[in-house]
Design a protein around this ligand. Structure first.
Ligand code: NI
Length: 169
């Protein structure tokens, strides 16, 4: 099932999500749906709040279907180590059409649970590191625009308000 993507303005995106404690078939189905929804929206990462579900689940595939082994499920993820700094243009499915340069650590280790509840650690660089940080932020109720200047953020919010008024958001 493909879920519609929740856009900026919906409070679910700015609330910390709830920890996952039950690893059952329903969770597996939700994760399948999250991958399907992410690909349908042409994204390389998706967090559950972005489909209106406030649970600590994210899916990532920075190769966008090219490498099946790159499909990653992060449940209850925590960033445990960061290194370096890298600035790159970043976007979010919940803020369509917008992109901004965001400075983030360049090498990141995440600790998370898999679909069966098993703990694992994974280190990523560049785009993968950025995805770990971006998606973990989502689960903490934080969007990438919290990492840009207040001036740029306000400008973006003004544009979004205009789009909302025009019924185009
Ligand atoms: Ni996002």
């Amino acid at each position: 099932m493909i879920y519609p993507i929740v856009k900026f303005g919906n409070p679910v995106l700015e609330k910390p999500s709830e920890k996952v404690t039950v690893f059952d078939e329903e969770l597996q189905k939700l994760i399948e749906d999250m991958f399907e929804s992410m690909y349908a929206a042409h994204g390389v990462g998706l967090a559950a709040p972005q489909i209106g579900i406030g649970r600590r689940i994210a899916v990532v595939d920075v190769t966008f279907k090219e490498d099946p082994s790159a499909k990653l499920v992060l449940i209850n993820p925590e960033i445990i180590h960061t290194e370096g700094r890298h600035t790159q243009s970043e976007g979010c499915l919940s803020l369509p059409e917008f992109r901004e340069n965001v400075s983030r650590p360049n090498r990141v280790t995440v600790r998370a649970q898999d679909v069966h509840g098993k703990l694992f650690e994974r280190t990523g660089e560049e785009l993968l590191a950025r995805a770990f940080l971006h998606e973990t932020d989502h689960l903490n109720g934080k969007l990438y625009i919290s990492h840009i200047s207040a001036l740029k953020r306000d400008l973006m919010k003004r544009k979004i308000r205009k789009l909302m008024k025009a019924g185009e958001w």
